[in-house]
Design a protein around this ligand. Structure first.
Ligand SMILES: NC(=O)c1ccc[n+]([C@@H]2O[C@H](COP(=O)([O-])OP(=O)(O)OC[C@H]3O[C@@H](n4cnc5c(N)ncnc54)[C@H](OP(=O)(O)O)[C@@H]3O)[C@@H](O)[C@H]2O)c1
Length: 252
């Protein structure tokens, strides 16, 4: 019979490594944000530019450059001389070519087209993060599109449209934009992480742990990323029906 540790091709060694791992600080990286002009994009740029080179992506280079200038002002005001990284902006394809880590900060309906465009641009070792939560609003409230419409999870569509499934990691679905952008705040939140390759997941976990108060909780391979994605509409329903502002999740 399968144990948890062998489900999805994962060995006991993989899980032992994960449980015993102490997350170390990664070296300075180029972090590209596809759709980085949006709300979450600003938060990622502000959080990581303190020590990495963040490149804000947009379909329009000028819009990206303007967003990068605005984010830089906010980051410098807050970090001062502690800031050793940078924020620049460029067109999405240019960003995808030069990134060590590429975060897809776009909506579900744009995944296939965007991934088809960037797929051949990516370096072989580029790690792609999907924070994408496929959601729609119906009379019942916020719902998870793959369950309602029989479609694939966002992370699966990303992996299907890129060359290396092992370089795709799913994370950040339950981090509210307002709290990510408020860099004076330590988050005191968890984020669920799914991915198929130990080294790739470790690099993403290291980046997560650089955001004050944010903890990575590993769920398993990419095939179960839907378990994290479905939590976003759940949080939005809990917020709107119970007057809770910017809810997040922490495992106790
Ligand atoms: N907001 C949250 O609190 C939150 C929390 C957890 C997860 N998420 C997930 O994070 C992702 C980004 O959310 P967000 O709130 O930052 O979204 P957003 O503010 O709407 O920004 C998304 C970006 O997508 C780009 N875009 C728009 N139409 C596009 C198209 N046709 N093709 C390619 N790019 C397009 C836009 O950039 P340009 O116009 O500059 O190209 C835009 O800035 C979503 O998948 C969401 O589910 C959000």
């Amino acid at each position: 019979m399968d144990t948890y540790a062998s489900v999805g091709g994962f060995t006991d060694e993989f899980f032992n490594n994960f449980n015993n791992h102490t997350f170390s600080e990664p070296s300075r990286m180029k972090i590209g944000l596809i759709g980085g002009t949006g709300g979450m994009g600003e938060g990622y740029a502000l959080r990581w530019s303190v020590r990495h080179d963040v490149i804000v992506g947009s379909r329009e280079a000028q819009k990206a450059a303007e967003a990068a200038r605005n984010y830089t002002k906010i980051a410098i005001e807050s970090y001062g001389s502690r800031m050793t990284g940078s924020i620049t902006g460029d067109e999405n394809l240019v960003v995808s070519r030069s990134s060590d880590i590429l975060l897809l900060s776009i909506h579900y309906e744009h995944i296939a087209e965007m991934c088809a465009q960037i797929s051949k641009q990516l370096r072989d070792d580029c790690i792609v993060i999907s924070p994408i939560a496929p959601m729609a609003r119906t009379g019942a409230g916020f719902v998870y599109i793959p369950l309602e419409q029989g479609k694939k999870a966002a992370a699966e569509i990303v992996a299907d449209n890129l060359r290396h499934r092992s370089r795709v990691v799913s994370a950040f679905h339950t981090i509210p934009e307002a709290r990510l952008k408020n860099i004076k705040e330590s988050l005191d939140l968890d984020t669920f992480v799914c991915g198929d390759d130990w080294d790739t997941v470790t690099k993403v976990n290291n980046l997560i742990s650089e955001i004050p108060g944010l903890r990575a909780i590993y769920l398993g391979p990419l095939s179960i990323a839907y378990q994290a994605e479905i939590l976003t509409p759940m949080l939005l329903n809990s917020a709107s029906r119970n007057k809770i502002k910017n809810p997040g999740i922490k495992i106790l």
